[in-house]
Design a protein around this ligand. Structure first.
Ligand code: GLN
Ligand code: ZN
Length: 770
């Protein structure tokens, strides 16, 4: 029996984000198509060579993408919406990028430069990751045809370099389940799509592909009977001819879909044994014996080093009975490429980590031990064991004070002293705000100068004093300007913050930061998630000085601005040695300390952003409530330590929250601001069946677009909101922070927004008199 090693996908962006720079230079017209192609081919070559050298036996192809693998699939099958005006044989690169990023349409006669009819496809989160995919758009009578040769070209390219790869192809059912249909239920298009998939597979077989990795991550979701049928139909059709199919599932266990999957006539099955380790035995029991199993035993979603001896003992018996493939749980797309680049990390912490390259080495060591005996991987195993013990016992991780504090928490720590109705009276007396109070979400434009100053400070070219002085000038100007245009509740502008999570992580104990730990978020955009490795505490106040400085410039209230515990957790690599709920509660305590210091300093309004609350929802419905319970509790732990007359705000930037509206109500923030402008207040439908008890600021200015909204347009949105929420409960604010916008856009938009609030007040007074 043999054990081999496979990877399901390697980070595309390059060790030094080469792809990002190549793309952005091409988009800016500074380099040619050939330059871009060369850079991309260079990366593919490097990635194959690297994976091979690290010990992978089975290498993927077509895991690379210039933008996104779902978009690649749309191009492959010719699902190009009509507005891109494409009628060629092959999708050209400019159409491809137009689908990704939008492009001026032919109708752009106004010359304003932004998209009119070639707007980008929608983008949304890839399952529960922070990666975004381009949502396929399908229409009734949709035709499919092979319109991109990328998957074949990359297979040939690898072959020419001496690598016989296993092409990666997003499966037809998951593709349709991720798509949105216009006047068509996407799954209804399955028969037509299967014709094309049949062609694609036949062509890959002809090119010499023995296996194809066909990704069906939707098999870990709750499925309707129609969706189950689709899987049955699809694989009955696809698995019978062409290359062997490695049906690849990840991001969870098969759960109640196990019977379905076991019945599919595929040749191989990949399981995520990190998220669902317990599924191995039940799968083995059900699976036909000749099906080749690929076990995702190394965490593709997190950065911790594995415990190799423990895995060895877990797998030994199975490896003696059947051939196995060992693999990361999912594509390595979701972790940084190489720990070796992290020269600045504390060596004690670095010892506990494994990035993409290290994870392949772990798999290779594990496979070697299973094939040749434990001694064959003696040194890798000892190092792994030592790191595991060091991590379990490190004083850097365990802080008894944090545990003791958590143990003493009671119900009174997670609820405000009085119910909202009473708090509200006290807050009104203290704040004396008009009807339709106006505010913003926190950040003002992070201009090139602001970023330049930060970079200069980081490099040591600008000293602390000069940098602080620069930030004070910016902050003061922003405060003065807000005062001038007549906003009611001001903000300091967040000029000192690099990122809403990183800024806090850097000041909390228990977090580490990488130098080059980039992970693709979408297209050329990458993030460097903080690493939450230990018990969290807050050594010193983090935001009080900036709040105080801003408040000193004005008599209007300045809202203090914090990131909430759930968002910090969801946007970090988190500990795998304790439940997420516990990590979240620890962060909540630290932010609670900050809230209380802000209150003591005199802040009457404190906003705690929970931008990422919704995206932490588990993939299976049955697990939602447990998550929402601890998430809401953590928020309340953060916000409940203040007096009744302190007003707590929260902000969320997504519009689909109808299904979690009760949990949002249970957070009991005095005011919530939410994204709505793009959906024309659609989300407020949630308030039809559930009357949201507290105050709401439905965003009236879509900050994702450079468009400057007109006053009457914003009034209309406010009137619409008034249909669902009593006028006394409505705040007036943009959808989200303004950091990505330019001052030239922000200034007129906010002036118009203030005018809209004024007009609503007058209208309200007039309507009341009638
Ligand atoms: N306060 C943050 C800002 O204004 C909120 C950002 C967000 O919701 N993503 O930038
Ligand atoms: Zn937001």
């Amino acid at each position: 029996m043999t054990v081999s090693v496979a990877t399901l996908g390697f980070p595309r962006i390059g060790l030094r984000r080469e792809l990002k720079f190549a793309l952005e230079s091409y988009w800016a017209g500074k380099s040619s198509r050939a330059d871009l192609d060369n850079a991309a081919a260079g990366l593919r070559l490097a990635h194959w060579a690297r994976q091979k050298a690290l010990g992978a036996d089975i290498l993927p192809s077509n895991d690379f993408s210039l933008y996104d693998h779902v978009l690649d699939t749309s191009a492959l099958i010719g699902a190009i919406p009509a507005r891109y005006g494409w009628d060629g044989d092959r999708v050209d690169i400019d159409t491809y990028f137009a689908m990704a990023r939008g492009a001026p349409g032919d109708g752009d006669r106004t010359g304003c430069g932004h998209a009119h009819d070639r707007t980008a496809q929608e983008m949304t989160k890839w399952f529960d990751t922070n990666y975004h995919y381009m949502v396929p758009e399908l229409t009734a009578g949709q035709r499919f045809r092979i319109a991109s040769t990328k998957i074949f070209d990359e297979f040939e390219e690898a072959k020419a370099l001496g690598y016989a790869t296993r092409p990666v192809l997003l499966g037809p059912v998951s593709y349709l389940m991720l798509a949105k249909g216009k006047a068509v239920e996407p799954l209804a298009l399955l028969p037509a799509l299967l014709d094309i998939y049949g062609e694609i597979l036949a062509r890959l077989a002809k090119a010499g592909a023995e296996w194809v990795q066909i990704d069906e991550p939707c098999l870990v979701l709750d499925l309707t009977s129609e969706q189950r049928n689709a899987f049955e139909r699809a694989y009955a059709r696809l698995a019978t001819s062409g290359p062997k199919l490695m049906l690849t599932t990840y991001f969870g266990g098969l759960g109640d879909n196990l019977g379905l999957v076991a019945g599919l006539p595929v040749h191989g099955l990949h399981l995520d044994l990190v998220r669902a380790p317990e599924q191995l035995e039940p799968v083995l029991e059900k699976l036909r014996p000749h099906v080749l199993l690929s076990l995702g035993v190394i965490d593709g979603r997190n950065i911790w080093r594995a415990n190799l001896p423990a895995l060895y003992w877990r797998l030994k018996e199975h490896a003696a009975k059947r051939d196995l493939i060992l693999a990361p749980s999912c594509s390595l797309l979701h972790v940084p490429a190489d720990l070796a680049l992290e020269t600045g990390l504390d060596p004690e912490i670095a010892q506990w980590l494994a990035f993409a390259a290290q994870k392949i080495e772990e798999l290779a060591a594990l496979a070697m031990a299973l094939n040749e005996g434990e001694d064959a991987s003696f040194s890798a195993f000892s190092a792994s064991r030592i790191a595991a013990v060091a991590r379990q016992t490190s004083t850097r991780i365990h802080n008894p004070d944090v545990a003791a504090r958590l143990a003493t928490l009671g119900e009174s720590d997670t609820s405000r002293a009085s119910p909202f109705a009473e708090r509200r009276k006290l807050q009104q007396r203290r704040l004396r705000l008009p009807a339709y109070p106006t505010t913003t979400i926190g950040s003002f434009p992070q201009t090139a100068e602001v970023r330049k100053a930060r970079a200069a400070h980081r490099r040591g070219e600008m000293d602390d004093a000069a940098y602080a002085q620069y930030l004070r000038v910016e902050t003061r100007a922003a405060v003065k300007w807000q005062e001038e245009i007549g906003l009611d509740v001001l903000v300091h502008g967040e000029f000192e913050r690099n990122d809403m999570v990183q800024y806090f992580g850097e000041q909390l104990s228990g977090f580490a930061f990488t130098r080059a730990g980039w992970v693709q978020s979408y297209g050329s955009r990458c993030v460097r998630p903080p690493i939450l490795y230990g018990d969290v505490s807050r050594p010193a106040p983090m935001t009080v000085d900036w709040w105080r400085y801003a408040q000193d410039q004005t008599d209007k209230p300045v809202k203090a601005m914090l990131t909430g515990p759930v968002t910090i957790l969801n946007w970090s690599f988190v500990r795998d040695d304790q439940p997420r709920a516990v990590s979240c509660r620890q962060i909540a305590l630290a932010i609670r300390d900050e809230v209380q210091d802000l209150e003591a300093a005199g802040a009457a309004i404190i906003q705690i952003d929970e931008a990422a609350l919704r995206e932490g929802l588990p993939l299976r419905r049955s697990e939602w409530q447990a998550y929402l319970d601890w998430a809401v509790e953590s928020f309340r732990l953060t916000s409940s330590g203040v007096r009744d007359d302190a007003q707590i705000h929260t902000h969320m930037c997504y519009s689909e929250f109808n299904d979690i509206i009760r949990a949002i109500g249970a957070m009991d923030a005095d005011v919530i601001s939410i994204e709505t402008a793009r959906s024309q207040m659609e989300l407020l439908d949630a308030f039809a069946s559930y009357s949201y008890p507290n105050e709401v600021g439905p965003g009236v200015y879509d900050i994702h677009s450079p468009r400057i909204p007109a006053t009457d347009e914003m009034m209309q949105l406010l009137s619409l909101a008034g249909k669902h929420v009593p006028a006394e409960q409505i705040w007036v604010n943009p959808d989200c922070g303004l950091k990505t916008r330019k001052w030239e856009e922000v200034r007129p938009a906010l002036v118009a927004m203030v005018a809209a609030a004024h007009a609503m007040r007058v209208k309200g007074a007039y309507d009341a008199r009638r």
